[in-house]
Structure formats: C-alpha cells, structure tokens
Design a protein around this ligand. Structure first.
Ligand code: ADP
Ligand code: MG
Length: 575
C-alpha cells in the first residue's frame, strides 16, 4: 500500500513559510538557486558515500541536475540523481528545521517586514523558498541503494501540513515539482530560467542541464528557378549543460569574478547575505591544499550557542568529505565560513582521524594565519568595512589572546577599543593608533575596565590622565577583564590598568610634582592615620595620591590582586 500520511509542519517552519512569502517578493528568483544548491549537495553526499560502497551508483555515476518547464501544466521540475531521501529523511528534512537555536531565532522576529527580512537573510531559507513562487510543491525521491518501489512522494501547499506516501520511481535521486502561482508564469520561460542559473549557479560543480529547443527538419524544396534546395536535418531536443560545472575553488583566481565568489559563498554557507571578505589560496609545499575562506557580513544569531555547528566544508582531492569540520579554525574564529580541499588527507578521513593529525594541524595553522592577515589588511585599507566587521565579531576576537598564545601579537593588531581620545563608546581605536599617540616618556598602555561605558568614561581614576593629556582605553564589555588578564603586552608595551597599584607615570612625573607629593604627605599625615584607624581591616593601605583632580578619594587594587571587575565576574559565575 502507499501508506499515505499527513503531517503538520513544525511551528517554526510555518512561521518561516509565512515570513518568506511576505518578505522575499522582490527577490523571488532565488528559489532556483536554493533548489540547485540542494541538488549539488545531494551529489556531493552520494559521491562521499560511494567512496566506501561504489554499488550505490547503480550504473549511473554522471551526477547532474536537470531543470525543465512544462507550459501546459504550469510546472517547473528540478531533478537530480544524487543521494535522495528515504521516507524518514523526507519527513524530518522537509518538515522541520534542524538548526540549533531556531526557536530563539523566531522569538526575535518583530513583525516589522524590513527588519525581519534582514534576519531571515541570516537564517537562510533553503528548500522552503520553493513556496515563494509555487502554491503547491511535490517532491519525489528515491534514496541511493533503495528499491524502485520504496520511493516516497511528499506534497504540500505550504500551509499547515504536508503528506507523504510510498511510490515507485525508476531512477535514483530527487525530483522537485513546482506548481507555479498564477502570477509567476514568467518562470516557465527557458531563457529566464537559464539566465537565473548562470547568475546564481554557474559555480556549482555538477552540470546544471536544460533541454535545447527542438529544431524541426526542413524538407527538400524547389527554389524560384526550379533548383533543388536540399533538406536540413532537424535536431531533437537534448540535455545540455548551462553552467561551467567546474568546482570554483579549482579555477585560477584571476579568472573568477567577485560575483562568482559571492554566489559561491551563499552555496557553501547556506547564508543569504553577501560575504564581507574572502581569501582564496593554493598552498604548496609540505602540506598541499586549497582554501577558500569567507568572513560573513553579519554575525549568525547563534554565535554564542555552544551546540551551534560551525567549521569549514572539507574536500579531499575535490571529493566532498564533510560539513562543519571544526578542527581547522580556533574557537575565536568560529564565524569563518568556506572550504578546504586537501591533497594529503586520506579519502576515508573521519572526524576522529582529523582530531589528532599533523596535516590537520598544519592546515589549521595556515588558515588561522590567513584569516588574521586578511583582517589586518582590511583594517589598514578600509576602516569603514573593518568597523562593520568589528561591530559584528569583535567580542569573539577578544576571546583570541586567551586561546591562541602564538598569535597574540597578530590578534592584538585586530583589537579596537573606545578611548579617552574621542570619548565615544564606538570601539575604533587600535593599539597601533594608541601607541602612535603616546606621550613623550610614556611607556605603558593605560586602560580602565568598568561595568558600562559611562562608568569607564567617568571613572575618577582617569582624572590625572585627562589632566596630563594621556590617552586611556575605556573598556566595558563583559569579556574585557578576561581579555586583559591574557593580554599583557603589545608591540613591547606593557598594559597597565589605571585602577591598579601605585601609579608611576614614569618620566612624565616631573620634579615639581615629586616635591608637591612630599609636601602633601606631610600635610595630610594625620588625616591618613585617622582613616587607617577607622577603616581597619577593610583596606590594605591608605595613600595620598595625585591621581585625582576633582574626586576626594578612590579605591585602588593592589598590583597583583584580583581587580574589582574580576571579582564581580567570578561572583557572577558562582565562584
Ligand atoms: P540546507 O540545505 O541548509 O540543509 P534546505 O532547507 O535547503 O537546508 O534543505 C533541507 C534538507 O533537505 C537538506 O539538508 C537535505 O537533507 C534535504 N534535501 C533538500 N533537497 C534535497 C535533494 N535534492 N536531495 C536530497 N536531500 C535534499
Ligand atoms: Mg539548501
């Protein structure tokens, strides 16, 4: 029996469908990109599985995707001969959203269409984008290695539910049939379809085929003077590739257009927005690999979700091996997307093998350097774009010095802070800028960490610095105390918290103020003694200081004690 069942969509899928239909009307054609992208993924997955079981090809190893339009029935069909889906696969993959943090994502939608469509861009739309142009979608699929009578058909109008039933399907793979909405018939036009494929899917590594128009035979005829004009044989319609069908990263850099890199990003990252930056490199020598690394323009909504999948797509000799190989990037660069194609790893490499492997380590080292260099260059060449990057990912970069000791200096170059130089909360002062502005005789980088920007900016500890015109970095992010406990120097300059220890402004303290200090200490000796007596064990010491100009007193931490900020942080995690 066909065993027909009706299933309700997961709530989030229903929301996604609604949102998509209403917010993506100006960019409808992307449905084709998403479906072709899925077909290419399905081909990759089959090739990978066939590495250990070649019988899965079942005599059909030329993987491709075919697109055709049927004007009589108002349908477009996208067919692949990739891995296919079983009944269980289809119910999970086309009925739920598997991403971690999905519920949280949907709770953030505001109902404001412009804002929501931005968000959805980050989320990615995938298969469900079929419903932008179709009011009914039928998916017929037969998984590799499964008998013809075990295929499955999924059908839905994109409202609350979908049905599944068992069918016969003679060939392996997946057909997606879109029943176009009344006013979306423009997509039935072959030229239109072809131009969408070239625009978005040129870089897909399997052929995207369409039927050539049928050319009717021209029969023999007689010309005006009675001469015989020979017949011209017709040409039957045939499948022809309309894309380059070459893995983008294997091509020469000089031959690849920016738009191609951008479209490829959307395919590998399942992101909808443009990438901010990318680097494409062939590495030769003791380890050989190609890397294509992208920095997204927006932080994903689940950047801080520990279960979030991240990492690079891994290929070995152009064969897809796995998604989300997280071994190639340190945690503080977990937002980097893209792929690696190794010539040295074995084709049967597993996550376990990757874990403790010399090749992996060399590639990780190389890729980390690559990303740090690319970001440093961006910082030097395009301050605006770098600011966009920093606003999205700066907090994560600040995890770097604690995690990656070897690259401390390179990470230091990427850091940006607010400072007393411009006194705004915008974090746009680099350590290099700071050092350039250091006063004659100043040998330390001064900073203050507080609970908020306002508290940092108005800290009484800053008074003497302001008076002397010495710049101080103003830090108030949750992670800053952690960062500063690992970042002790940059470019051979020590960091010095202005709230710590005896403040030695070095050569900047002139003779005059040293004399003044002695004078003050004498004058207020009895006040200090009385304060010490009344405060007792609550303080270590009471000292006369010149660091204040307006406030009467402030609390200072001893050089090697935990700062008050760190104490708060430890308390907040229950220490
Ligand atoms: P994503 O591609 O980001 O995983 P999609 O919504 O595009 O999300 O697709 C959801 C899932 O449905 C895919 O991960 C895959 O498992 C399955 N799928 C979609 N299209 C195909 C296809 N043509 N062949 C096999 N599986 C598919
Ligand atoms: Mg997809």
């Amino acid at each position: 029996s066909s065993h027909k069942e009706v299933h309700g969509f997961q709530t989030e899928v229903k929301q996604l469908l609604q949102l998509m239909i209403h917010s993506l009307y100006s960019n409808k054609e992307i449905f084709l990109r998403e479906l072709v992208s899925n077909a290419a993924d399905a081909a990759d997955k089959l090739r990978f599985k066939a590495l250990s079981d070649a019988s899965l090809y079942d005599g059909d190893a030329n993987l491709r995707v075919r697109i055709s339009a049927d004007k009589d029935n108002n349908t477009i069909t996208i067919s692949d001969n990739g891995i296919g889906m079983t009944r269980d696969d289809i119910i999970t993959h086309l009925g739920t959203i598997a991403k971690s943090g999905t519920a949280d994502f949907f709770s953030r939608l505001s109902g404001d269409q412009a804002a929501d469509s931005q968000l959805i861009g980050q989320f990615g739309v995938g298969f469900y984008s079929a419903f932008i142009v179709a009011d009914k979608v039928v998916v017929r699929s037969r998984a590799a290695g499964v008998d013809a009578d075990q295929a499955v058909e999924w059908s839905s109008k994109g409202e609350g539910d979908f049905s599944v039933e068992n069918i016969e399907k003679s060939n392996r793979g997946t057909d997606i049939i879109l029943f176009l909405k009344e006013d979306e018939k423009e997509f039935l036009d072959d030229w239109r379809l072809k131009s969408i494929v070239t625009k978005y899917s040129d870089h897909i590594s399997i052929p995207v085929e369409m039927l050539t128009p049928e050319v009717p035979e021209v029969p023999e005829s007689k010309g005006e003077d009675g001469e015989v004009i020979p017949a011209v044989p017709g040409k039957p319609s045939q499948w022809e590739s309309v894309n380059k069908a070459e893995a983008l990263w294997t091509r020469e850099k000089a031959d690849i257009k920016d738009e191609e890199y951008q479209e490829f990003y959307k395919h590998v990252s399942h992101d909808f927005a443009e990438p901010l930056l990318w680097a494409h490199n062939k590495v030769e020598g003791s380890t050989e690999y190609t890397s294509l690394l992208y920095i997204p323009s927006k932080a994903p909504f689940d950047l801080y979700n520990r279960e979030r999948q991240h990492g690079l797509k891994l290929y070995v000799q152009r064969v897809f091996i796995m998604d989300d190989a997280e071994q190639f990037m340190p945690t503080y660069l977990r937002f980097v997307k893209g792929l690696l194609d190794s010539n040295d790893l074995p084709l049967n490499v597993s996550r376990e093998i990757l874990q403790d492997n010399k090749v992996t380590q060399a590639m990780r080292k190389g890729c980390t350097k690559r990303v740090l260099t690319m970001l440093d260059r961006l910082g030097k060449n395009d301050a605006d774009k770098y600011q966009t990057f920093w606003n999205e990912f700066g907090q994560v970069i600040k995890e770097g010095p604690a995690e990656d000791f070897a690259n401390k200096e390179a990470i230091g170059k990427l850091l940006r802070f607010a400072s007393t130089h411009n006194d705004t909360s915008v974090q746009n002062v680099s350590l290099t800028d700071y050092i350039e502005r250091m006063k004659e005789g100043q040998d330390k980088i001064y900073y203050v960490v507080a609970d908020s920007f306002e508290a940092a900016k108005n800290s009484p500890h800053l008074e003497v610095f302001r008076k002397k015109g010495i710049e101080v970095l103003l830090m108030s992010d949750r992670i800053d105390e952690w960062l500063m406990s690992h970042l002790t120097e940059f470019s051979e300059k020590q960091f010095q918290s202005v709230t710590r220890g005896g403040l030695d402004l070095g050569d900047m303290d002139d003779e005059q103020s040293k004399e003044a200090q002695q004078q003050l200490e004498k004058e207020f000796d009895s006040v200090v003694t009385r304060l010490k007596e009344s405060l007792g064990d609550k303080v270590k010491d009471v000292k006369i200081s010149q660091r204040l100009t307006d406030s009467p007193a402030c609390i200072v931490t001893d050089e090697h004690d935990m700062s008050s900020q760190m104490i708060k942080l430890m308390q907040s995690v229950g220490q």
